[in-house]
Structure formats: C-alpha cells, structure tokens
Design a protein. Sequence first.
Length: 241
Amino acid sequence: MFTPGERIVFFHAHPDDETLATGALIAGLIAAGHPVAVVTATRGERGAVMPALAALSGAAFVAQRECELRRALEDLGVADRAWLGTAPARTAGMPSRRYLDSGMRWVTDTVAGPGQDAGPDSLSLAPVEEAAADLAAFLASYRAEVLISYDELGGYGHPDHVACQHIARAAAKDVRFIELVSAAHQSQAGVVALGFPEQDGHLRRALASYPSQFAVHGDTVIHVGGQSQPITTTCWLREIE
C-alpha cells in the first residue's frame, strides 16, 4: 500500500484522534523510514474532561490539549505537525484562523452525531473549499505524496471527523488519498488491515499523554463518558481513486 520513502500526512480532527485511531500506524510508518506529518484541525475545545482534571476550563483546557498533543506526537516519533488554519497549513496571503471544535451528541452508546449549538467558526460549518485549500497548502509545503484521513462515517460519526473526510477528499488532488475505514465498513472490498504490534509500547506511551481525555486500564481505553475501546495496533485502510 505504501512505497518506500513516501511522504505521508495524517489529517485528524482533534488532539488524541491521531493516537486513538492511528497511533501504531504512525509509529510503524516512521520506523519504516517514511517522513510523516500530522495536521490537526481543531484543539478539541469542546471535549469533556476526566474527573481528575475537571477544574480545567477555557484557555487552560485548550493549553492542556495542545500540550497533550505535543507529547503524544513526540512519543510516536512525529517531528512535523501543524494546526489547520495556521501556516504552513493556511492558504498563502490569508490571515491565520482557528477552526473550532463543533461539539457533538451521542445518538447511541457508540455513535455520535451533530450537536445543536455548533458556533459559526466550527470546523463542521466551515466552507470546505477554504479548509481544503489550507490543507492543500500544507501538503504542498511538505511535498506530501499520501494523505490519510477518515472515511464518510468518521469512525464513530463525530461531525468534525465527517468534515475532515470532506476536506481531505477536496484537498487530495495531487496526492494519493487513503481513508481510515470505520468498523462498519471493514469487511468491504478493497480494505486492507495493517498491523504494527511492535509499536505497542509507543502507542501506550502516546495514549498516556492524554489524561484529560481517557484512562488506560490494561488493554482498554476508558473514555470520559464511560465508553470502552480496546487498544489496537491494527488499522483498516482503503485507497480512494
């Protein structure tokens, strides 16, 4: 699926998504000699907070999430990162902008959907053309050859994940686009499972960098809302023509 030395960019919605969804894949590709960068769309401003850090709010919470992302990427071996809307992930000549976390609501115990109060600067309400141009600017500056982001389900339906898929598809005009296949689609044709069990240690260190968002118990991640997620070193991918 990847040729030696290909330059790869991951595009994720919030801090922690890169580790939860693709941590072992990122570390594995870097270990295989690929230059890898991560672009994060929002700072996860509207995420819930684990009880131990419940006092965090506002600017302090945003700073915490920025710090957590930095530590996690260091644990995964990522040296190149950017925020969407900030150079080099911003269209040349345009002032910087922040794409904000859109928030969400739980539709079922495991599937999310749009909330009712996303603000005007939220990622899910941003013009796809503007956000895609920002991402394309980073792809060009990084000399990327591959872009990896979500499929149309966005993993579990978060509106920012779904927005990332639209943005990534629009930005990937000069690069190969590979989508992260959601569980409901992993049995479909063209899906490839890539496992990196040797990266389990890197993945667990990166997961431990997110105390505001979840706790790790054995082989399971426990989220703020009580949802449990098994730690996996396998990703399901599909290249989109």
